[in-house]
Design a protein around this ligand. Structure first.
Ligand code: PLP
Length: 415
């Protein structure tokens, strides 16, 4: 056995292409203006750093709530469950809205039906680095005087017409959680189009976010651990083992990491973590270019798969490429692919396991809702990592598995 084969036999591809942290990033603590650097990176004038994407949403919703008597927030029926907990944390009500057919975008008719004079905000999501079309969402929000908050947690660096996403609505936020591109282990950035909103967010952040040095000390350790372990070999232990244990138990929610709690940590990010972020940020442009180039090479192979929808960018949009988001022709084919590839160390997984009303732990907070398109999306979607560690051989192994499953699905059984 050659060394390469031996190493190949034990490596684990992460589910998304996170930017690895280098030792040098940890040791040069003199650049701490991370929010400014991150704002500059995406070409916006002002941004605020918080301890997570969820914390950004808490800050944004707190600010919006202060000037309004409205108490309902509309969220897509398929999105990160943490969005629900942020809404609840602010003492607001969640109203889920179904998606368009074969899409992660809000269905305009369903959105019109769910919005009313209690709607404070609508939170459309830019999923998996893609850029959602918000034109209709914003038109509907204007009609009912609601705010639009762009959930760009997975899409830091994505652009629409040369401008960062997050500025078309009234506010937006990005996540720097583990695995989400640039990472501080946990972190988030909020932005807003106009200065009044920027000031309101800065004020809300000051009022709502305490220092809590003990949690921050833990995050510093976790960031150092992330720097050490976010590599193909150790990922087998810190990501792969828990994943496969959850799969053996048949616990999809745990396998995806969807098991969130209502307890949202809120605290300040220390100068050291901000400095690590500044250092890593300097590699982000090249990293994103390499991901985009790899995606451009691999998309044609995925687009050839019959009956499979691969999410790409509409003209004038430049998303980022942490992973490929695919919609299979049926739940049966999606499940057949997952049976072969989930746990196979190739970075194939699911986005969120359920439509929001179908998470047991959200039952107390979300009215049961008729959201057939969101449920269908949860049943048929999967993601393929766009990590640079996923070499061509491994990627072709994934493509071949998809082809096999689709071929079997189309071939009538012999009688
Ligand atoms: C991860 C994520 C969030 C929450 O961000 P955190 O930094 O993990 O708090 C919100 N929305 C979406 C779509 C996400 O993927």
């Amino acid at each position: 056995m050659t060394l390469k084969r031996r190493i190949d036999g034990v490596t684990e591809i992460p589910p998304t292409a996170g930017l690895p942290i280098l030792l040098g990033d940890l040791l040069t603590p003199w650049r701490a203006n991370f929010a400014e650097s991150a704002a500059e990176h995406i070409g916006v004038s002002h941004a605020g750093l918080e301890c997570s994407g969820t914390a950004c949403l808490v800050v944004i919703l707190s600010a919006m709530r202060q000037g309004s008597a409205r108490r309902s927030v509309v969220v897509p029926a398929y999105t990160c469950p943490l969005v629900v907990f942020a809404v609840l944390h602010c003492g607001l009500r969640v109203r889920v809205c179904d998606l368009s057919v074969d899409s992660f975008e809000l269905d305009p008719a369903a959105l019109r039906a769910v919005c009313d004079d209690d709607t404070l905000a609508i939170i459309p999501v830019h999923l998996a680095g893609r850029v959602a079309n918000l034109d209709e969402v914003i038109a509907i929000a204007r009609q009912c005087n609601a705010y639009v908050i762009e959930d760009a947690a997975q899409s830091f660096g994505a652009q629409r017409g040369g401008t960062s996403i997050g500025l078309q609505g009234d506010a937006g936020f990005f996540s720097f959680a583990a695995g989400k591109g640039l990472s501080l282990y946990e972190g988030g950035l909020w932005i807003a189009r106009d200065a009044t909103m920027q000031n309101a967010l800065a004020l809300a952040s000051k009022q709502a976010i305490p220092r809590k040095p003990s949690i921050e000390a833990l995050r510093c350790l976790q960031l150092a651990g992330y720097a050490a372990l976010y590599r193909p070999l150790p990922l087998r232990f810190v990501y792969g083992w828990p994943l496969r244990r959850a799969l053996r138990r048949g616990d999809a929610v745990e396998a995806v990491g969807d098991n969130f709690s209502a307890d949202i940590p809120l605290h300040r990010v220390s100068a050291w973590r901000r400095s690590v972020g500044c250092n890593a940020l300097q590699r982000l442009t090249n990293f994103h270019a390499a991901l985009a180039a790899q995606a451009a090479r691999r998309l044609p192979d995925l687009a050839k798969l019959s009956g499979v929808k691969v999410f790409g960018d509409r003209p004038g949009r430049q998303g980022v490429w942490p992973s490929f988001l695919l919609l299979m022709p049926s739940k049966a084919t999606r499940d057949a692919v997952m049976l072969r590839l989930w746990g196979a160390r190739l970075g194939v997984t699911r986005m969120f396991v359920n439509a929001l009303p179908d998470y047991a732990y959200l039952h107390d907070f979300i009215a049961s809702a008729d959201v057939p398109n969101a449920r269908d999306f949860a049943a048929r979607s999967l993601t393929i990592s766009n990590s640079l560690w996923l070499d061509d051989e491994r990627f072709q192994q994934i493509v071949k598995t998809l082809e096999d499953v689709l071929f079997r699905d189309e071939t009538p059984l012999p009688t």
